[in-house]
Design a protein around this ligand. Structure first.
Ligand code: G3I
Length: 361
C-alpha cells in the first residue's frame, strides 16, 4: 500500500511495542479481548530516500497556500528557490537589492530543518533591463558580474549551503551559448564566476548547472569537458547539476548515461530540476490516463535507480522542479496540458511517487 508503512508484526514484542507507543492487546470492561491498536508511520520522500530530496519552491505559494506549504514541509529536506534568488528578483536596479522573498524562503528552510540550494548566480535569462541595457567597458562588466555574485553570496553566507554558479552556458550543439556574458566578457568569465563565489563564501559548494545531458553525447560531452577544464585549472567547482527536464519517451539508457558520465568527473552530482513530461508533443486534447501514470512511474524509477548506483559520496540529492502538477512551469510555458511531477494538482501522490521509492529498492 503506497503511503503508509504498517507496523504489523510486533504482537509478541511487548517491550519494543511499548517503546514505540503501540498499545498491546488488553481486555475491555466486558472482559472481551480487543485487537491491538496498530500505529502507522507515514512514508515520506525525505524519510525513505538515502539522499536529499528537494523541490523548487514558489515563495508566493509557500506563503499563501497551506496545502502546498504542508506538502513541502512533509516530503522534502532540500529547497531550491524557483525564482526568488535570480538576478532580476534580488537585484532589480544597479544599486538596489531586494531580499525579502529569498529571505522568507531561507528562513522557512532553516526553521524547518531543510537544506537550501541557491539558484542561480549567473544565467542569460531573468536579467533585469538595467543589465541587458548596460553600456560599459569590459572592466565595468567584470565589476558588475563580480559585485552581483559576491553581494548575493555574502548575503546568504552560512545559510545557503550550495549555489548554481553558472546556469546553461552550453548550446545543444556543444558550443558555448553566445550569452550577454560571453559577448561582454568571453567564455573565461565562467571560471571567474566560480572564483568570485568562492571568495565570498569559501564554505559554499559550487555547481555548474545545465539541461540536456540525456539528449545524447554532443551536449553532455561539451558540459563534461567544460567542468573538467575548470577542475584542471584549479577553479573551485564542487558539483555538476543535471536539470533533467525530461520526457516519458526518453530512453533509460540515455538517462543512465547522463548520470554516470557526470559521476565520472568525481564531482558531486545533483539532479537539480527533474520533471518528466507526459505530453512533449503538445497535444492539446491529451488527458492523464492510468497508463501514462504507469509509464511515468517507470521513468522516475529508472532515473532514481541510475542515481542510486553512483558513489554515495557524490549524491548531492534529487530536486524536482516545482511541487505538484498544478504549479509546474511546463503547462504555462508550453501552453499545453501536462502532468510532469510525482504529485497531482490536488496534492495527492501519483504512481510516479512510488516509482521514486522503487528506484532505491
Ligand atoms: O513576476 C512576474 C510578474 O510580475 C509578471 O506579471 C509576469 C508576466 O509574465 O511575469 C512574472 O515573472 C515570471 C516569473 O517566472 C515568475 O512567475 C516570468 O515572466 C517568467 O519568465 C518566469 O519563469 C521562470 C523561468 O525559469 C525564467 O526565470 C519559471 O517560473 C521557472 O520555473 C523557470 O525555471 C527554470 C530554471 O530557473 C532554470 N532551468 C529551467 C527552468 C524551467 O524553465
Amino acid at each position: 500500500m503506497m503511503g503508509l508503512t504498517k507496523i504489523s508484526v510486533l504482537s509478541k514484542l511487548i517491550i519494543p511495542m511499548a517503546l514505540l507507543g503501540i498499545s498491546c492487546e488488553k481486555q475491555n470492561n466486558n472482559g472481551i479481548e480487543e485487537a491491538p491498536v496498530i500505529s502507522t508511520v507515514e512514508t515520506t520522500l525525505q524519510k525513505e530516500m538515502p539522499f536529499k530530496m528537494g523541490a523548487a519552491v514558489n515563495v508566493s505559494l509557500l506563503k499563501n497556500n497551506t496545502n502546498y506549504r504542508n506538502l513541502v514541509v512533509k516530503e522534502f529536506n532540500s529547497i531550491t528557490a524557483e525564482n526568488a534568488m535570480k538576478f532580476a528578483s534580488v537585484h532589480p536596479s544597479k544599486d538596489t537589492y531586494t531580499w525579502s522573498e529569498a529571505d522568507y524562503l531561507v528562513d522557512f528552510a532553516i526553521t524547518n530543518g531543510k537544506r537550501i540550494h541557491g539558484h542561480t548566480l549567473n544565467w542569460y535569462k531573468s536579467l533585469p533591463d538595467w543589465v541587458t541595457k548596460f553600456q560599459g567597458t569590459t572592466a565595468e562588466w567584470e565589476n558588475l558580474l563580480k559585485t552581483h555574485i559576491q553581494t548575493v553570496v555574502s548575503h546568504f553566507k552560512g545559510k545557503v549551503v550550495s549555489w548554481d554558479v553558472v546556469n546553461e552556458a552550453i548550446n545543444e550543439d556543444g558550443t558555448f551559448r553566445n550569452s550577454i556574458w560571453v559577448q561582454k566578457l568571453g567564455v573565461d568569465y565562467i571560471g571567474r564566476a566560480f572564483q568570485y563565489a568562492h571568495e565570498a563564501d569559501p564554505g559554499a559548494l559550487l555547481f555548474y548547472n545545465d539541461y540536456g545531458h540525456e539528449f545524447g553525447p554532443t551536449k553532455r560531452t561539451a558540459i563534461i569537458n567544460l567542468v573538467n577544464n575548470l577542475k584542471g585549472q584549479g577553479i573551485p567547482i564542487n558539483g555538476i547539476g543535471l536539470q533533467m527536464h525530461t520526457r516519458v519517451t526518453q530512453t533509460d539508457s540515455n538517462l543512465a548515461a547522463a548520470i554516470s558520465t557526470a559521476a565520472a568527473t568525481g564531482l558531486l552530482v545533483h539532479i537539480s530540476e527533474i520533471d518528466i513530461a507526459l505530453n512533449p508533443d503538445n497535444n492539446q486534447s491529451l488527458t492523464y490516463t492510468t497508463d501514462l501514470g504507469v509509464q511515468q512511474a517507470a521513468k522516475y524509477k529508472a532515473v532514481v535507480k541510475a542515481y542510486n548506483a553512483i558513489p554515495k559520496a557524490q549524491q548531492f540529492g534529487i530536486t524536482q522542479w516545482n511541487v505538484t502538477d498544478g504549479d509546474s512551469w511546463i503547462p504555462s510555458n508550453y501552453s499545453r496540458p501536462d502532468w510532469p511531477l510525482p504529485f497531482d494538482a490536488q496534492y495527492r501522490r501519483k504512481p510516479a511517487y512510488q516509482g521514486i521509492l522503487d528506484g532505491v529498492k
